[in-house]
Ligand binder design. Structure first.
Ligand code: AMP
Ligand code: FE
Ligand code: FE
Ligand code: ZN
Length: 296
């Protein structure tokens, strides 16, 4: 079974529309793909429809921005009720913060650029095309205007914490997000905790597990072999589900091809068992394993 539980569409900072994402999953011979756009459920309906058309099992998720002990981190959430009022409220507040932060960063960056390279908010909004606004859209605008050579350079020069043009934004505390996710019936998995200078301590993970964390993403492109081994050991010891995923962003991220890391069937089934909505769909539906969704 080929299962990839972390991908992005153009509803956030990927480049495939949800339909293309699922078709590309089919081409990559995936049996299951999760759509996990940043802080939005917008792509779900289109992705599910594409799942029916292609026979690819589509899991609906979100990659939530959270603060974990002061650090900005990401948490994958699978199959929560997308209409749960607290979840809707949390996503609205996060996206509100994005819509304030991105124009402020664009203004700071533009100040330092020569006229022919100067990006503006309209460029960035056109690139985001109605999806969740994020720094990668600023990065693409900078590449398009030849202000930087690559997305990576855009982050290094303008978009990372520590750059004078960086502006932080609000996101919920992970404890609060875990409470909301539990009430919305979702399963929570900490995304790439050892990516980009991240660290985990076992006590902290144990604490998060007590607060409802179900798993941790172990196999991820930002984790080297040593990091994966360490994290897998900790996850196994604590009874956290270890997942693996591509974190595919279409053309916006290199070396994140669909299926480049995958989740075992056992881990996938443990996650799905935690999500009442999804379980109900599969028990009513055509497929015993829940791999093919049924229309609502
Ligand atoms: P934002 O949603 O605005 O906080 O931007 C976060 C997104 O930017 C994530 O999807 C990351 O994949 C991407 N990102 C963060 N840091 C970097 C980096 N150094 N190079 C490329 N992409 C990055
Ligand atoms: Fe992203
Ligand atoms: Fe992430
Ligand atoms: Zn991601």
């Amino acid at each position: 079974m080929r299962i990839d539980l972390h991908t992005h569409s153009n509803r956030s900072d990927g480049t495939d529309c949800p339909w293309q994402l699922v078709h590309n999953a089919k081409r990559a011979s995936l049996d299951v793909v999760a759509i996990t756009d940043h802080d939005t459920t917008e792509g779900w309906i289109e992705a599910r429809a594409a799942g029916h058309a292609t026979g690819v099992g589509v899991v609906c998720g979100i990659e939530l921005s959270v603060k974990n002990a002061g650090r900005s981190e990401h948490m994958l959430v699978y199959e929560p009720d997308p209409d749960h009022s607290e979840l809707v409220g949390l996503l609205a507040r996060t996206n509100d913060a994005r819509r304030k932060r991105i124009p402020a960063m664009v203004a700071r960056i533009a100040e330092g650029l020569d006229e022919e390279k100067r990006i503006d908010l309209a460029d960035v909004e056109r690139i985001a095309n109605g999806g969740t606004l994020g720094r990668p859209h600023i990065a693409t605008a900078l590449v398009d205007r030849y202000a930087v050579d690559s997305i990576e350079d855009a982050f290094k020069q303008y978009l990372e914490p520590g750059c004078p043009t960086y502006i932080p934004r609000w996101s919920p505390q992970i404890e609060d997000a875990l409470n909301v996710v539990a009430r919305a019936g979702g399963a929570a998995v900490l995304a790439h905790p050892l990516g980009r200078g991240g660290s985990v301590d076992e006590r902290r993970l144990a604490e998060l597990k007590k607060r409802g964390l179900a798993g941790v993403e172990v196999d991820h492109q930002e984790h080297d072999q040593l990091a994966r081994a360490e994290l897998r050991g900790i996850a196994d010891g604590l009874g956290l589900i270890a997942t693996g995923s591509s974190d595919y962003h279409g053309l916006r991220k290199k070396d994140h091809d669909l299926g480049c890391n995958m989740t075992s069937l056992e881990a996938y089934e443990r996650i799905i068992a935690l999500t009442p909505q999804r379980l109900q769909q599969s028990s009513n539906g055509r497929s015993r394993t829940g791999l093919t969704d049924v229309p609502a």
